[in-house]
Write a protein that binds this ligand. Structure first.
Ligand code: ZN
Length: 176
């Protein structure tokens, strides 16, 4: 048995109280996105709900971009973190409603910016209705004087931009 590994009987079993659930949220808040290791699965809005079902910790997860290769990694990380904290997690993948960048928290957006990725601009539904290109600000200097170099950045969910003022290229987390 490795250190930190819990035997089944040590696990938190139901009924789970409010304290247990808030501890679970706390644990989830430390599970980082594998592609952007500064934002957690809670910041991104991937974790939709946490409750107790039949003594197990029931976690509803909505993957970000469909077909995003990180999805399975994320689900495994969530499971491992909760197991490590003594929970008996059961994940449910929920695909409707589909994840949108609107679900990224204010803290998550700020962490993206500090990390050098321009957070999604505006609301996904409004943008798609208008079909217009958002005004993306440079995460380095804050300038709105930017240009899109490529529809795809380091991953499919990001676009590559460049700041015309500080000349730094940067990723923009596309709004969906
Ligand atoms: Zn700049």
């Amino acid at each position: 048995m490795r250190p930190g590994e819990l035997i089944a009987s040590d696990r938190v079993r139901g009924p789970l109280g409010t304290e247990d659930l808030s501890r679970a949220w706390h644990v989830l808040g430390a599970v980082m996105d594998p592609e952007v290791p500064v934002v957690s699965v809670v910041d991104l809005g991937i974790v939709r709900a946490v409750d107790e079902q039949d003594g197990e910790l029931h976690v509803v997860v909505t993957p970000t971009y469909s077909g995003c290769p990180a999805t399975e990694v994320i689900e495994r990380d969530i499971e491992q973190a909760l197991l490590g904290a003594g929970f008996a997690p059961r994940l449910e993948r929920c695909l409707t409603p589909a994840w949108t960048t609107d679900w990224i928290s204010a803290e998550g957006r700020e962490r993206l910016r500090v990390y050098g990725i321009a957070p999604p601009v505006g609301s996904s539904s409004k943008l798609s209705l208008l079909g217009k290109t958002p005004e993306v600000c440079c995460p380095q200097c804050g300038s709105a004087h930017t240009e899109r170099l490529s529809e795809f950045g380091s991953t499919a969910c990001k676009a590559l931009y460049r700041c015309k003022d500080c000349l730094e290229p940067f990723d923009y987390f596309k709004c969906i």
